[in-house]
Design a protein around this ligand. Structure first.
Ligand SMILES: Nc1ncnc2c1ncn2[C@@H]1O[C@H](COP(=O)(O)OP(=O)(O)OP(=O)(O)O)[C@@H](O)[C@H]1O
Ligand SMILES: [Mg+2]
Length: 246
């Protein structure tokens, strides 16, 4: 169930963004990816999901021993990949249950009865210690930043992917919401899935305690280490990390 990225080069708008980026996430490992604005973190997530604006010029991405570069985005999702977008779009008016049921159907390619789906939802709400009244809200409209993020975690729990990329799942969260999202992620981790967390916040990583931490600068990973890297980043920021090309 590993995700294996080898010497990946990605262009957008004829500009080289990712340069010889290599990364291996083994089954059920939680990796954190940190790096300054514009380093290419979101570009990496889009490339993994086959976004048409991001052109792979060299390198490979394997998931479950399969070369996924030949697959359409929905086929990658069927393999068990999931991406929580940095900027989820607003779907005004759609209630949360319908949204999640539609996303379950699209993701797994199967429909389940409303009753069975409701049971699944209730079990996930209980797992995440979320109030069932949350389901009465409409998607993204009038949801606070923290509630949107909680919806993302609930969606993740419902879809049960094998590997999830969470791109800034903590942006705009207050400290209580951050703890709720972090504890949700930790509970999902017990259900065994691989996770790549992209974040600017040390705090989230202190709660989650990832297995591996990567630092990305100018389109490539310049340092990989354990949790100790988090405290180093907290102390000194990115100034001690150098892109080998510079
Ligand atoms: N569609 C696009 N068109 C043009 N340039 C793009 C596009 N997408 C990304 N870029 C450029 O690629 C570089 C990397 O952007 P990316 O969004 O991947 O960075 P990031 O590490 O996710 O940053 P942040 O921490 O701010 O989210 C930036 O210079 C950005 O301007
Ligand atoms: Mg980004």
């Amino acid at each position: 169930m590993s995700l294996v990225i080898t010497k990946l080069n990605v262009q957008t708008e004829n500009k080289d963004i990712l340069k010889d980026l290599s990364l291996i996430v083994k089954p059920n490992e939680v990796h954190a990816l940190m790096g300054p604005n514009g380093a290419g973190k979101t570009t990496l997530s889009y490339a993994i999901f086959g976004h048409p604006n991001y052109k792979i010029t060299q390198g490979s991405i394997y998931f479950l021993d399969q070369n996924i570069l030949d697959l359409e985005t929905h086929e990658r999702a069927r393999l068990g990949l999931f991406l929580a977008f940095q900027n989820p779009s607003t779907i005004a008016g759609l209630d949360i249950v319908s949204f999640l049921r539609a996303s379950y159907k699209a993701y797994h390619g199967i429909d389940i009865t409303p009753l069975a789906f409701r049971r699944l939802l209730n079990s996930k709400l209980d797992l995440l210690e979320m109030d069932h009244s949350f389901l009465d809200r409409s998607v993204n409209e009038n949801l606070s930043g923290g509630e949107k993020k909680r919806l993302e975690i609930l969606q993740l729990a419902v879809l049960e992917p094998k590997f999830a990329i969470l791109d800034e799942c903590d942006s705009g969260l207050d400290i209580d919401a951050l703890k709720i999202v972090a504890s949700g992620i930790k509970k999902l981790m017990q259900a065994k899935l691989g996770i790549l967390i992209i974040t600017h916040y040390i705090k989230l990583l202190q709660f989650i305690e990832p297995d591996v931490v990567h630092v990305m600068l100018n389109g490539t990973i310049v340092k990989t280490g354990g949790k100790d890297l988090i405290s180093e980043l907290e102390l000194n920021g990115y100034k001690n990390f150098k892109n080998p090309e510079l």
